[in-house]
Design a binder for this molecule. Structure first.
Ligand SMILES: [Cu+2]
Length: 458
């Protein structure tokens, strides 16, 4: 875990710093002084974590909103020029590490896929410069935004395509607030499949409520032939890598929350199919689509929300229950990493005899799958022969293999939390609150953790 996190941070810092330098932007991203934003109004009256956790308050600074967190990603810096917030996106090929052990030749913005999250406030005048460093033309569409037709970004329809080496400016006033996205409307089949997409979040001018945590997750899927590193964009349905913010579990940062936090998760999808996103231990309220806010009387509760292609959704919930809670796509293949689809179905087949014969020819051969595919998690190195290929299921938790990859992460809710930065580690289960074994084959060793956490019902 620490290895992965330090790698990610180093990568982000290295990539981000050189890029920001190139664009002439300075860190930090959230300081209003640096960016010359208008004076921030007083913080919302809703009691937040501030009274108990000064460190958390400092993080929010004087911004009139809780900054969006893009796990494994970043927020795009801006500069104020004559009253206009100016952003700069650079469309370019990017190398994206999906998880340790797998690097992908993707396309994106500013060295990242998804591109950095653009954050602004309703009423802002924004100018977004787009420089094309791809080898082919592109354009950017601002999905769900009310703007002049000539700024809508459909290549050929609203503007000429942006040729390689050219920079275009999009400029409009934000007349709404909500969860939106940006993506190309050029070479449709290829550019989004290669990872070109990003969030455009517009905060309300007069927030009706305060959230403590505001996350955004871009769902996506890819086909990267095992052993290779460039997505095949001609694939229509048979994708084999499924990502949150272009990372696959166990390469996805957890969503860290304090007990009692009001949490918003914004989800988006420009892939070829829908992703039913499921949360454990809580139910969330559906508060927003890319069409705008749903009045509170119209919110509805879900534990699984389908994110259809070409949509955004925002959900909110109060982090009531401490623990480690799974958040994942509920399509079973979408919580798996690269796998060949031409594998024979051997569930229920006795392979003992054939395994003996093959082992005579192939030393170390192991027949798997007769009782199900869980064995793959234990022997997750079965793809180790292929370079740049993640095992199907690789995550390991405190009790053993998690048996998932792909679109899976963990919402980590803690009673005590000094900082939202970093990973607080696995949940320390109170004694007597973990499922326990009451019967089984004699002599089978118990898992260490189960003994540690005890069995007595409270
Ligand atoms: Cu999915």
């Amino acid at each position: 875990m620490s290895t992965r996190r330090s790698y990610v941070k180093t990568g982000l810092l290295a990539g981000g710093a050189s890029l920001l330098g190139r664009l002439g932007f300075a860190r930090p991203q959230h300081s209003p002084e640096q960016h010359g934003s208008p004076p921030a109004p007083a913080p919302p009256a809703t009691p937040g974590p501030s009274s108990k956790a000064p460190a958390l308050l400092r993080k929010r600074g004087r911004l009139p909103y809780t900054p969006v967190v893009t796990p494994n990603g970043s927020t795009l810096p801006w500069v104020m020029r004559s009253g206009v917030k100016e952003f700069h996106l650079v469309a370019e090929p990017v190398k994206r590490e999906f998880a340790p052990g797998m690097l992908v030749n993707a396309w994106g913005y500013n060295g990242q896929t998804p591109g950095p999250t653009i954050e602004a406030v309703e009423g802002d005048r924004v100018r977004i410069l787009v420089t094309n460093k791809l080898a082919e033309h592109t354009s950017i569409h601002w999905h769900g935004i009310f703007l002049p037709a000539g700024m809508d970004g459909v290549g050929g329809l609203n503007q000429p395509q942006i040729k390689p080496g050219e920079t275009y400016a999009y400029e409009f006033t934000l007349r709404q607030h909500g969860t939106h996205m940006y993506h190309p409307h050029a070479d449709e089949m290829v550019q989004m499949a290669m990872g070109m997409m990003g969030f455009l979040v517009i905060h309300p001018k007069d927030p009706e409520r305060h959230v403590d945590r505001d996350f955004c997750i871009f769902t996506h899927m890819w086909f990267v032939e095992p052993g290779t590193m460039t997505p095949n964009t001609a694939v229509m349905l048979d994708f084999n890598i499924f990502t949150f913010n272009s990372r696959a579990f166990p390469g996805i940062d957890p969503l860290v929350c304090r007990k009692g936090d009001r949490v918003r998760i914004r989800l988006a999808n420009v892939s070829m199919t829908d992703h039913p996103i499921h949360i454990h231990g809580h139910r969330f309220w559906v508060v927003e689509t890319d069409g705008g806010q749903i009045p509170e009387s119209g919110w509805w509760p879900e534990t699984t929300l389908n994110i259809m292609p070409g949509t955004t959704r925002a959900v909110e919930f109060v982090a009531d229950y401490p623990g480690d809670w799974a958040l994942h796509c509920h399509k079973n293949h979408h919580v798996m990493n690269a796998m060949g689809h031409d594998i024979p179905n051997v569930i229920g087949v006795d392979q003992n005899e054939v395994a003996k014969k093959i082992a005579a020819l192939v030393p170390g051969y192991m027949a798997m799958g007769s009782s199900g595919m869980a064995e793959h998690a234990e022997h997750s190195k079965h793809m180790a022969g292929l370079p740049n290929t993640l095992p199907m299921m690789t995550g390991t938790g405190p009790f053993g293999p998690i048996e998932m990859g792909g679109m899976f992460t963990v919402v980590k809710i803690r009673e005590e939390l000094e900082t939202y930065d970093g990973d607080p580690g696995w949940y320390d289960y109170p004694k007597g609150t973990v499922a326990y074994k009451v019967d089984g084959p004699p002599g089978e060793p118990r898992k260490k953790q189960q003994e540690h956490h005890g069995h007595e019902p409270s």
